[in-house]
Design a protein around this ligand. Sequence first.
Ligand code: SMO
Length: 704
Amino acid sequence: MRDHIHHIGQGIARREDAVLVAGMGRYADDIQLRDPLYVSFLRSLVPCGEILNVETDDALVADGVAAVHGGADVTHLGPLAVNPLIPISVQTGFPVLAQAQVQAVGQPVAAVLANSAARAQDAAELIFADIVDQPIAEPQTVAEQSWSAGDGAAAMGQADHIVDCTIRHPRLAPSPLEPRAIAVAYHGDSDTVTVWHSTQTPHRTRSALADILGVDAARIRVIAPHVGGAFGMKASLYPEEVFSVWAAFHHKRDMKWTASRSEEFLSATQGRGVTSKGRLGLRSDGVFLALQAEVEGPVGKWLPNSALTTAWNAARILPSGYNISNLDISTRAVAHNLAPTGIYRGAGRPEANCLIERLVDKAAVVTGLDPLEIRRRNLVASTDLPYRTGTGNLLDSGDYARALTLLEEKAGYAAALRDRDARRSRGELVGLGIGFYLEPSGSGWETAQVTLNADGSVLVASGSSSQGHGRETAFAQIAADVLGVAMGQITVICGDTETCPEGIGALASRSTAIGGSAVMLACEEIKARQDKRETAPMSADIRYENKGEAWGYGAYMVVLSVDRETGVPTIEQAVAVDDTGRIINPVLVAGQVQGGFAQGLGEAMMEQVIYDGDGQLLTGSFMDYALPRASDMPHLAQHTFETPSPMNALGAKGVGEAGTIGAPAAILNAAIDALRPLGVEDLQMPLTSQALWHAIHAAEEGTT
Ligand code: SMO
């Protein structure tokens, strides 16, 4: 890098916010089309059944209706590609509209196209679908994988202690502020479409649409306009979206579809839902000998592109940053007659982290060691990095013990323990929880095209994408430093398949580490050509591939008290320490950690999608599904340090999911610590006041 570095590392205000905060953002639903048709779906009311007949006569003659379609009209639409992160043994279909069968409540069965959204919805209610109920299918394993290293059974046999734990993660509704939305403009002169899609992955949208519809990708332009949150839920294409684009080509008309909040609860991908069981064997001095675990991740009856990521990450990340040479770990993805599941902020990382951090805390209890001390004794030493785990992860860089030491200092750990003990002796229920975590940021490639114009202005076009998380600001900072120009001279664009180079998108905490590295290298090429006296205008195209995953990590501490009479939990102190590698903008890092912590708190304390035994969704609205509010957030004390990753040109590590990974483990450990004096050894999330009240009463009645 050059001498005049003065943007990278600075807490520069987000350039996106002037528009977004003033309500001037342009989201997919804001796109004005010429005389579009609006799409509304009739959805299955039953989780499993055979379709005998779909009667559409009344809907067809309803006010404003242009067409009604059933499954027979879209039988030819191809499958959706699934990322085979773990080997797939059973192929599932991707019915855009249900064919002979329905497989989940909320599955689209028929679609109405009308000249207003309200008319389309009214007409959809006039369709009668004659469906014969069938019993819900037995859960079916569709993909599985296992890892072994050393000799897990023999090492368990030598252990002085074996602790075990089962964690059942609640299913979560990702709930971005902006629901799924798509607007399709049909261009009759060229038989092409422009698709505004609320997505994290516009290039994937285009290639997947081309494959599924059987049209040349050149006939599809995808634009991700402002995206009001995504969290993994918008990384894959949905049947409703494919249908809308198919309908635009078929009817040669503009189309629009925006999901209602109810449709999101019913038919958007849900997250977590993983059940994991683990056993940790250790010596009496606290040294870990062996880890054995079984992970089961639910999937729906159709698999989004990233359907297997959660089950994969929840297992392969399980050894975390601990030195455990003997392990047996297996994972399975299991299909149910429920809504599809997919990645959700953290995507298996929080699941892995909760299990291992619970086991480590239990190991501390059984050995009588301090929770920080037992972690210190087992974390991989900085001198042993890079380190390959028994599951094949290459942990790249850092100083894991330093995260614990910083946490100990910054959180006032010793004083917090003394305070907890004093309050305990007075009969208060108060606990202190620690959570170490690892966060792999994604691997692979990303692109950038940087143009230096004759007037000195710079256009940065990234193949990555933005969902309101500050990419435009961070990429401008990188370009400003490399090129030695002012931020105001730099325009950053992304999320348009026509004006931006082909790319991957915004997911897996990869945008800065990989997308930012691509921007940096493209700018460096421009700078080098300038130095050789080449003059503007000039343009550099970079496809950058990282050397492997950059592993961010950190340590979180939570102090949590529980009201003995009501079970109401209160987080009294929350401290985050994160090593995010090279920091481009500390304001963005702080925002990511804070937002992630809020989502982790939601999982740990309140959120839960509930189905009854018949596959009917009981939590179909925000009246039944508790999303955290601002007032539920405690003050979060945030601390960072930086050890650059050698795996990418910038040295950055992902931080987009850090808080979601670190928070649940620390909160869960704190809650169990709070109730430990009563004899409570395990709790399941969400830690609602009801759940805690029952745990307190069961303990007091001696029934735990
Ligand atoms: S759950 Mo993320 O968008 O990889």
